[in-house]
Design a protein around this ligand. Structure first.
Ligand code: C5P
Length: 314
């Protein structure tokens, strides 16, 4: 039986700016994305029957066709019917460590791992760029999850420019177990409340994206300047999620007051992260916040910035 195991890292946003509406109904974004080593493990193996079977050890992850990992396998099977016929079905097991619906691209990274794994299992010979093109049909974050590291992401979030890697930094991540935020809800609410400030002229939006390449955040990353990066963290979606979820704001404030480089919500939330210089500092911050917010619903993780996306381990 042929089988592969893959590590699928989560991501945080160091910057998320919403520029305006796109003709496809999505938003035009200017983001800086960073992989972290809080990761899922995805096991793929050939099975004797001609079907795609997904199992996951987490109760919140659907095991039907709404699972993005299932959709990734179905997409590849539809695009390469001969390979599917030749190699047969696939069993996919997701060992979930990244919190679900948390703004950390947990579903997208599982789908990314399925694309990378099936490329090997079915000997398709696709390049990383081709896998990223397929991934963008599944979700805006999937191309980044395949590539990983540190990158500028524009368009829907699927147009990537790599940046120098920042793997000396750490984050403490905090999320209330029972709290999830729908990404679609966050963007729709932002549109309802703030679309009057959208850049209407496509040329101006294009200029804003180019400006990002010489922005203070990108300069700070190039200089590996953690202090500056912490001060420049920015996420437009905080404007809609924090007023709706005061607990998330309280958590961000608790991180801020722990002497970290910076603290911010990741993506559409509700996960909040605190940027730290070292493992020891991150451990201290984690302990301090655990003491400040005594709530069994709050989960905290410590993670390091990761220079890579999907990795095949065996
Ligand atoms: O691409 P993905 O399926 O992850 O996006 C989830 C939802 O987030 C979309 O259905 C859309 O409502 C919103 N979104 C957006 N603009 C983007 C990315 C996501 O409006 N660039």
């Amino acid at each position: 039986m042929r089988a592969y195991s893959l590590i699928a890292p989560g991501k945080i946003n160091l910057a998320l700016e919403i520029l305006g509406d796109r003709p496809d109904g999505y938003h035009e974004l200017a983001m800086v994305l960073q992989s972290i080593d809080l990761a899922d493990q995805i096991d793929l193996c050939s099975i004797s029957i001609d079907s795609i079977r997904v199992r996951c050890d987490h109760p919140q992850v659907p095991q039907d066709k709404t699972n993005l990992a299932t959709r990734a396998a179905e997409l590849i099977a539809a695009q390469f019917p001969q390979a599917f016929a030749q190699y047969g079905g696939v069993g996919i097991t997701i060992h979930k460590r990244i919190p679900v619906a948390a703004g950390l691209a947990g579903g997208s990274t599982d789908a990314a791992a399925v694309l990378v794994g099936l490329n090997l299992l079915w000997k398709l010979g696709l390049t990383q760029w081709e896998l990223q093109e397929l991934g963008s049909q599944l979700g805006s974050d999937v191309p980044f999850c395949i590539a990983g590291g540190t990158a500028i992401a524009t368009g829907r979030g699927d147009q990537l420019s790599p940046l120098p890697s920042l793997d000396h930094l750490y984050v403490v991540l905090g999320k209330y177990r029972s709290l999830t935020v729908s990404t679609a809800w966050a963007y729709q609410t932002y549109r309802q409340q703030f679309s009057s400030s959208y850049v209407a002229d496509p040329q101006m939006a294009a200029r804003e994206k180019v400006t990002l390449h010489s922005s203070p955040m990108v300069k700070a990353i190039t200089h590996q300047d953690g202090v500056q990066i912490g001060q420049l963290l920015h996420n437009d979606l905080e404007r809609v999620v924090l007023p709706q979820y005061p607990q998330v704001l309280q958590l961000r404030d608790a991180f801020h007051n722990s002497g970290v480089l910076g603290a911010m919500m990741s993506g559409s939330g509700p996960t909040v992260f605190a940027l730290c210089q070292s493992y020891d500092q991150a451990q201290q911050v984690k302990d301090r916040v655990k003491g400040t917010i005594v709530d069994p619903d709050l989960e905290l993780w410590l993670a390091r910035f990761s220079p890579a996306g999907i990795r095949v381990v065996s």
